[in-house]
Design a protein around this ligand. Structure first.
Ligand SMILES: C[S@@+](CC[C@H](N)C(=O)[O-])C[C@H]1O[C@@H](n2cnc3c(N)ncnc32)[C@H](O)[C@@H]1O
Length: 320
């Protein structure tokens, strides 16, 4: 643990290089080449994601923010006398900033993210803005076992906005919800943003914008592997691909090889055929009923749900 400011502590539980090399080599050796979306978030990836959230086509951030704004009184009431707020995938911590003013009983905020510099920088800014709250910034992979530095008493609420839960396979959503329930006591809560199913055009343009920012975000993974793993991807020979898989209810992002080619990562060599892809992200969409049913099966009582008028996005409050 390191003390950065009077009211901020940092915990570093993540070792990129080892994890990254082995996981990526395994994913590229599989019959359908796949790399976990968590590797999209190096510092540049986090910056590009922030730019995506401002795009005209990217409705999730704008819509979720409008729900937080419009329903803030009901949300504050549901969250009650929260003392510890844990945020998974906190990124820039932008969304929590708007809520912290209202959660007046809050003593500690525990943001968890894999993007180290981005997390610590955002946490420092937050610590200066909210000097009465202790910030415990945890750099780690929330899909791996993590021992969080929590105070043993008081009401705890987990915050997981941005529909990041959509990046998990449905079976992993269940495991994650059950693991989260174990962290909480009776009466604690889980405030989570979940993207809903909607028309194909709205969905697909959100992941393939006109300015090409999402394409740059996806392709940055190749640049990252070249820099951090000594790979030799030629970024110009891959293209960003995003489409909605209706049967699975998810947006899929891929990097498509534009020709037959070989790529070297350390001592491994991988062959790509023209048109073959690396599957880099899924973003599952859930109806309100679908999500509440999963939550119920995993130890939570769906207590409240808020949406915008068009039901483009949902914010659920689940109670343990
Ligand atoms: C879709 S972004 C959402 C960011 C922000 N919460 C929002 O709502 O705009 C996902 C965030 O989760 C982080 N992340 C992705 N996979 C992660 C993992 N396995 N462990 C920890 N953080 C992760 C990324 O670095 C990024 O900040």
């Amino acid at each position: 643990m390191r003390l950065l400011e009077n009211n901020i502590q940092s915990y570093d539980f993540y070792i990129e290089k080892e994890n990254m090399h082995d996981e990526i080599a395994k994913g590229l050796a599989a019959p359908v080449k796949t790399i976990s979306s968590k590797f999209l978030y190096d510092h540049r990836g986090s910056e590009l994601f922030e730019m995506i959230t401002e795009l005209e086509e990217y409705y999730p951030t704008r819509t979720e923010r409008s729900i937080f704004n419009d329903k803030i009184q009901e949300i504050t009431l549901a969250v009650g006398d929260v003392q510890t707020l844990i945020e998974y995938g906190s990124g820039s911590s932008n969304k929590i900033k708007a809520l912290l003013h209202h959660f007046t009983s809050l003593k500690e905020y525990v943001p968890i993210d894999i993007s180290r510099d981005f997390l610590f920088q955002s946490s420092l800014e937050l610590a200066m803005q909210f000097p009465h709250i202790t910030i415990k910034a945890v750099c780690g992979d929330y899909t791996a076992p993590l021992t969080l530095p929590l105070e043993p008493s008081g009401k705890k609420v987990i915050f997981f906005p941005g529909s990041t839960i959509g990046n998990f396979e449905p079976v992993d959503v269940r495991n994650f919800l059950m693991k989260s329930a174990q962290l909480l006591d009776e009466g604690d809560g889980f405030l989570i943003g979940v993207d809903t199913k909607k028309d194909l055009h709205t969905l697909e343009s959100a992941y393939d914008d006109k300015k090409g920012v999402t394409a740059a975000f996806n392709l940055n993974l190749l640049t990252r592997m070249n820099r951090e793993l000594g790979a030799n991807f030629n970024e110009e020979q891959f293209e960003h691909l995003a489409y909605y898989n209706v049967e699975k209810g998810r947006i899929e992002m891929h990097l498509e090889s534009q020709c037959d080619q070989q790529v070297i990562i350390g001592e491994h060599e991988f062959s790509f055929r023209e048109g073959e892809t690396i599957h880099t992200e899924n973003s599952y969409k859930y109806s309100i009923d679908e999500f509440q049913t999963m939550a119920l099966e995993c130890g939570f009582r769906p207590s409240k749900v808020w949406t915008d008028v068009e039901e483009k996005f949902s914010v659920h409050y689940l109670e343990k």
